[in-house]
Design a protein around this ligand. Structure first.
Ligand SMILES: [Zn+2]
Length: 137
């Protein structure tokens, strides 16, 4: 399955093996291991199966949540912020600082609804320019 290009998720679900077994098999047959932190299709897939569309263009997170209330994707035994995954998929770059939804929907993981630190600062400045600095606080 690895050599035919199947994803880790496919293999885990079809053969009922752990991701560790897939990793070890990958290594044993000389395929390159996933590099930690590297964007991959399988991470995107691990993210996608834990989301569902919500009214208003929001995306509801159905996966795990950290003890700080942040949606997390468990992937190859590491935990990745679902906000980072969604942000990266939507904007094509890594967020600066912690990305968070700016739409008010709880734990929304719609890529377009996520803001990183520079975007939050810019939005505050824009609101201040339009409505005056009192409203922005
Ligand atoms: Zn939203």
């Amino acid at each position: 399955m690895l050599q035919s290009g199947a994803t880790v998720t496919d293999i885990v679900q079809t053969l009922h093996v752990s991701t560790l077994t897939v990793q070890r098999t990958r290594k044993a047959i000389g395929m390159p291991a996933h590099l930690r932190g590297r964007w991959s299709e399988s991470l995107a897939e691990a993210f996608a199966v834990r989301t569902e569309p919500a009214p208003g263009g929001h995306v509801r997170w159905t996966g795990c949540v950290s003890n700080k209330g942040m949606p997390v994707v468990s992937y190859l035994r590491t935990k990745v912020s679902a906000y980072r995954v969604a942000f990266r998929a939507h904007y094509g770059r890594d967020p600066v600082g912690l990305p968070k939804p700016g739409c008010g929907y709880p734990r929304c993981v719609a890529g377009a609804h996520l803001e990183d630190q520079p975007m939050r600062v810019r939005n505050r400045e824009t609101f201040a320019a339009i409505f005056g600095s009192e409203v922005a606080r």
